[in-house]
Design a protein around this ligand. Sequence first.
Ligand SMILES: Nc1nc2c(ncn2[C@@H]2O[C@H](COP(=O)(O)OP(=O)(O)OP(=O)(O)O)[C@@H](O)[C@H]2O)c(=O)[nH]1
Ligand SMILES: [Mg+2]
Ligand SMILES: [Zn+2]
Length: 296
Amino acid sequence: MAGEVRGRILRSLGGFYTLCTENGSIPECRACGRFRVQRVTPLVGDMALVCVDADGTGLVTELLPRKNALRRPPLANLDRLFIVCSAMEPAPNLRLLDLLAASAEIAGIDAVFLFTKSDLADCAPLVDIYTSAGFRAFALSPQREAGIAEVRALLRGCVSAFCGNTGVGKSTLLNRLLPELQLATGEISQKLGRGRHTTRHVELFPVADGWVADTPGFSALELENDAALTDRTLPLAFREFAPFLDACAFPDCAHMKESGCAVRAAAEAGRLPKSRYESYAALRGQWRRQYGKPRR
Ligand SMILES: Nc1nc2c(ncn2[C@@H]2O[C@H](COP(=O)(O)OP(=O)(O)OP(=O)(O)O)[C@@H](O)[C@H]2O)c(=O)[nH]1
Ligand SMILES: [Mg+2]
Ligand SMILES: [Zn+2]
């Protein structure tokens, strides 16, 4: 059945793409040379047109418009991003969580927090921070069923992804939710960092009426030149700041050292999580150092 068909990119590995089409899956598709010239990189999650030859090999010829796209993890057309963080081994990195959540918020992707290894340490303080910031957040432990049914329900009918630091238990949790996946999981080593990543590529797997991606973990996440995330949009990427933004004394308040800043006052008064405000201030500082003074 030669011809052009529409499909979703499920996997991208070494320049080869696996697509799921209504005629089944087409492995080892190459991408059209024009993409390289146009500096377009097909992403897992992309809807694409693929030309299938008589011998069954495919060539991705066109990417259909994206609903959204993330650089880290590299995925397109996500409805939901599960941000996974362990209570310990590795220790929580709130700055990383808040950067991931901010990227999702600006892209219009629903962020949900999953705190794993609650058998090793209490996840309640973490769950508290994120529920009071207005997110869904769950504490999960291998021995307990709490939260599992809720997460399963959130997977249904949408395209989602698990992301977070390496070793937090993304693949372990996906195996528990979807035992048929049988994903490889890794031993935690003292030497977290390069070469310790168990999951090595992004891949979408089918779930009830939807798709879910496992992604490789990262041990640090740089503020990348994400056009959507600037010092101007950053306050909007912290959803719990919204009720305070109009109450700042200056309309162009950066929510840093300004007098009459309602956001900073709310953080100091405990009306929004202090760690979230600290992440905001740190990310803004980092943005300013990297990309210079904004145009006013
Ligand atoms: N005690 C405990 N260990 C866990 C839990 N979840 C995962 N682990 C262990 O943590 C280690 C890492 O788990 P993975 O699922 O491979 O972690 P990952 O997030 O997929 O890691 P990368 O693929 O490298 O990004 C494994 O040894 C798991 O058995 C948990 O809830 N409690
Ligand atoms: Mg993994
Ligand atoms: Zn302010």
